[in-house]
Design a protein around this ligand. Structure first.
Ligand code: EPU
Length: 776
């Protein structure tokens, strides 16, 4: 290894000027990168390795990128320890690294040269003819497009881009054969002023990164410096007022855009769902037609800049046009995560109001019915500074769910959250914007609102794409379920089970499915078996306590179609599993059949009544059952007579692993007047002894020694409560939901009652309600 330069022997703590370009591009050293996992830093690590340096790096996280770099020889430490920099000749740090980082502190303390990422990059650029792409929005896509077009044009460019670019292979590459170096310049921390490129391409300038800059003037100053330091041509977007103002007066400047006065002018744009056709003119002369394989008018704008650069570098227009047709944009830039006839899920990095508008615009242009957006604000400072703009950015979305702010190393600002943005959107008159402070629930809010023909967008620079990926994975299953139940059946994602339980509590069902026939129910059972998905059947949800985390897997709700059929045949009444027991009682009455009047008092459906051998007025379901039809765990149908069935108090084991289809009840001819008086008796009992409020019926089975309601009453627990769950004043075996109670409240109240009964009476109460689902 050659000595770096004479200043390496400088005393500790003193760093003499270093010829960094020479050090990095003409010599070989040991370089340590602090914060190497960041997208920009990992690119730099790749370049340094390709330049022949021995590269090490530290970060608090490892990523796919650090794994890849390790395979290429990076020595990686998944922590920051001072000794990591000991052997290094140079330390490079990311702007995300704080001043008190131990590696940075020890590097500085040792007197070895310590430089910022952009300084190292600018130095590397010195060895080539640099082209810097700068601007607030679109620079990753435009840098990638430039490198791609130059590469296709045979110029062998080296490149450095801030994200993974599938079409380029990697985010950074050093190609010793070519003269040019295309780099994305980062304006966020002012380091744009480090570059002295041959050419620069300026896309747009507006208020951004106000955590770093005081105002627009401060931002413009940095751009002005870059323009001044550009040795050759400045290519600039003439349609952006701030950019045009800064660049137009410069001698060596070439403009692009849609304005009549643009040197490279785009016109006759024809946008399709994921691409655009357009014509290009150079100072009034038609160069030809191009097709850009990237969505949105904003990308046509970016492409005009690239065309300007490429033509000026001598690449024939036809070759440029052919490259644009093949272009594949960066990850997280209108990246399609799922596509089917019914749904389109797209992820985009947009996190500034201008970017959000452009992306929503591109989403609209796909021609899908509705656009639903999930947006994760990025940084408290940006949320605060641009909140009014954000309020105006979502006009093109039919529905918006906003998460909390992704802090990106910033401390919170009191009073600033996702709600801040929702307030602004609502002020603007948008009627479907909501705040979801629980990040892991965002996909549920959007997924539950989904309808055929919808496009879902995840927007943000943080980790919102993870929520879209969960939705995409679940949609794959949901679409298969839909294919099984057909047009007449229903499938919903993340259906809130609080809507389907009489107690009105319970989290979401991952897949809510309403089949309409025995055949489709059987297919659902087989599908769940094949896919290893749990399957739970839910009727009216009247004796059910679903936990707040909801139910994972498929929740089948057999209602409608075959399941709602009721037939009277002589003294027998056959009813589908979705028929309410009350309806069975009234169908019997209509046919002058008696003995089923007690069913009037049961809130559940046939399936639920069978499953738990429900009872009232001293009777229970199986006293009246003649036979049942059910599907086994493989979806095969069976019929069994009452005497073949094993039944207990509030328990029917067969339906613990099998699925009811229908039941045939036996009744006896009776006079209408007698039937009516029994029905009245039941109604009267309900009216006088049971609460009308939201409840799950009786919570506990009656112990042999005493009815549970009486016991709770005697224990003085009526009206005791946890949150908004309360023991009914009317009947001690009912817990009522006074409004917005959670399953956790109810569950805790049940536990309280059980423990008092145990302590004071030595009675072990057993729940009658079925408790299902995941805790939160
Ligand atoms: N009682 C009290 N205090 C109370 C509640 C009840 O002293 O707060 C006394 C009653 O006065 C009565 C005895 O306890 O002497 C039994 O009460 P009730 O007649 O209301 O009947 P239950 O056993 O509590 C059963 C079913 C109900 C059904 C009714 C009416 C069970 C666990 N419950 O209640 O079913 O509606 O009979 O026939 O078997 C259900 O299962 O979800 C359900 C509501």
């Amino acid at each position: 290894m050659k000595p770096a330069s004479e200043e390496r022997s400088a005393p500790a703590g003193r760093v003499l000027p270093l010829d960094l370009p020479r050090f990095l591009t003409r010599e070989h050293h040991r370089v340590h990168l602090v914060g190497v996992a960041g997208s920009g830093m990992s690119g730099l690590a790749a370049l340094l390795s390709q330049l022949g340096h021995a590269v090490s790096g530290s970060d608090k996280v490892s990523t796919m990128e650090t794994d890849r770099l390790q395979r290429l020889g990076l020595r990686f430490y998944e922590q920051h320890r001072p000794e990591h920099a000991d052997a290094a000749d140079l330390v490079v740090f990311s702007s995300a690294i704080r001043d008190n980082n131990p590696v940075l502190v020890s590097g500085r303390g040792s007197g070895k040269p310590v430089v910022r990422r952009a300084e190292a990059l600018a130095a590397i650029m010195h060895a080539k003819r640099g082209i810097v792409i700068a601007g607030m929005h679109g620079k990753t896509t435009t840098s990638a497009m430039t490198a791609h077009v130059l590469r296709e044009g045979g110029l062998h460019p080296s490149h450095y881009v801030g994200a993974e670019i599938p079409i380029l292979g990697t985010n950074a590459h050093w190609d010793p054969r070519g003269e040019y170096f295309v780099a994305e310049g980062d304006e966020s921390d002012g380091t744009l002023r480090c570059f002295h490129p041959e050419h620069s391409l300026i896309l747009n300038i507006e208020e951004e990164h106000l955590d770093f800059y005081a105002d627009l003037a401060a931002i413009e100053e940095v751009f002005a410096r870059l323009i001044e330091q550009t040795g050759g041509t400045v290519f600039y977007n003439i349609d952006d007022a701030n950019t045009a103002r800064l660049c137009a007066t410069r001698k060596n400047a070439i403009s692009f855009g849609f304005s009549d006065t643009a040197d490279y002018r785009g016109a006759e744009v024809d946008s399709h769902a994921f691409s655009s056709d357009f014509c290009v003119y150079f100072r009034g002369q038609r160069l030809g037609e191009a097709t850009l394989n990237a969505p949105g008018g904003h990308n046509v704008h970016n492409a005009l800049g690239v065309i300007a650069v490429a033509v000026e570098l001598g690449i024939p227009f036809e070759k440029i046009a052919a490259s644009l047709r093949k272009f594949e944009h960066a990850r997280r830039r209108f990246e399609i995560k799922y596509e089917s006839e019914r749904f389109l899920l797209v992820d985009d990095y947009a996190h500034h109001p201008t970017e959000i508008r452009a992306t929503l615009n591109a989403a609209r242009a796909t021609g899908r019915k509705r656009v639903l957006a999930m947006f994760q604000p990025h940084r408290y400072s940006r949320t605060k500074a641009l909140c009014t703009w954000f309020g105006r950015a979502f006009d093109d979305a039919d529905r918006v769910v906003v998460t909390d702010v992704y802090p990106a190393s910033e401390p919170p600002i009191p009073g600033i959250s996702g709600q801040t943005i929702v307030d602004e959107i609502v002020k603007r008159g948008h009627r479907a914007a909501s705040y979801q402070p629980r990040f892991e629930r965002v996909h549920c809010d959007i997924g539950n609102a989904l309808g055929g023909g919808d496009l879902v967008l995840s927007l943000g620079a943080g980790n919102i794409h993870e929520q879209l990926s969960i939705l995409a994975a679940d949609l794959v299953i949901a679409e298969k379920l839909k294919a099984i139940v057909g047009e007449e059946g229903h499938v919903r994602l993340y259906e809130a089970l609080s809507k389907h339980t009489t107690l009105r509590v319970g989290g979401p069902a991952q897949f809510w499915v309403e089949p309409q026939s025995e055949k489709t129910f059987a297919e659902l059972i087989q599908f769940c078996r094949d896919e290893n998905l749990p399957l739970f059947v839910m009727g009216r949800g009247s004796n059910l306590l679903v936990r707040d985390g909801g139910i994972r897997g498929v929740v089948v709700h057999p209602s409608g179609g075959d399941f709602d059929k009721i037939e009277v045949n002589g003294c027998e009444i056959t009813a589908g599993t979705g028929v309410k027991l009350r309806e069975v009682a009234y169908a019997a009455r209509a046919a002058n059949l008696g003995g089923l009047e007690w069913m009037e008092g049961i809130p559940g459906v046939v399936g639920g009544g069978l499953r738990m051998n429900a009872g009232a007025m001293g009777k229970q379901t199986f006293e009246n059952v003649g036979r049942i039809r059910y599907l086994d765990s493989e979806g095969n149908p069976h019929e069994k007579h009452r005497d073949e069935l094993e039944v207990f108090y509030r328990r029917f084991p067969l339906l613990e692993n099998n699925f009811a289809i229908s039941a045939t009840f036996r009744a006896l001819p009776a006079e209408r007047a007698i039937i009516d008086s029994r029905l009245r008796e039941s109604q009267e009992k309900r009216r006088t002894t049971q609460p009308i409020a939201k409840s799950a019926g009786c919570i506990f089975k009656n112990p042999d020694s005493i009815p549970a309601g009486k016991l709770v009453d005697e224990l003085g627990l009526k009206n005791s409560r946890v949150g908004n769950a309360r023991v009914s004043q009317v009947h001690g075996n009912f817990i009522v939901n006074d409004g917005d109670a959670t399953a956790a409240d109810v569950f805790q109240l049940i536990e309280n009652i059980k423990s008092v009964a145990r302590e004071k009476r030595g009675i072990e109460l057993e729940t009658e309600v079925e408790i299902v689902g995941e805790p939160e």
